[in-house]
Design a protein around this ligand. Sequence first.
Ligand code: GAR
Length: 192
Amino acid sequence: MFNIAVFVSGKGSNLKALFEKIDKEKIKIVAVVSNKKNCGAVEFANQNSIPVFFIAEVSNDEFIDYKTLAKKFFDLNINLIVLAGFLKKIPDEFIDLFNKKIINIHPALLPKFGGKGMYGMNVHKAVFESGEKVSGATVHFVDKIYDNGEIIEQEKVDISDCNSPDEIAHKVLEVEHILLPKVVNNFFKSLQ
Ligand code: GAR
């Protein structure tokens, strides 16, 4: 089995899309990692019996740190880490441990509209204000710089009829839900 861990911070619609669309005979979501105790993504994981780890830079009663998480990932034989709406920066030491094994979905066509502070609705507001007619989603490898790693795949979407950042977000999210599972399925196939 190809084991994946999915990092989340919010609604979890990308987690749901992954769960529904990955090739279940070969790929399994064995862990969800969240920096938030209560969010839609955690609820979805609980409903579907996926173990959840709560992560923080510094551990406490309820959150584990990245060093502990890395140990758990080695025990669980994690093959790929997917950031699906995870809004915190991953520490450099953790990235070193899982080099080229961490991918992220970003709700715009990188390298445009990326970097520090560019997440969630901030991205769609910036795209809307720029007057772009096309946006989309990007899946890329995670390196130590925000939204900078090698691009794996992008999908464009026409936003010329969108009258608000919300409308752009809605259209881009639909594209994300197709792109992310597709990249994960292809990633597994490329290793065969
Ligand atoms: C998605 O649009 C994802 O691309 C974005 O957060 C949203 C999470 O939605 N991620 C980033 O902005 C990362 N820079 P979800 O919780 O419903 O999957």
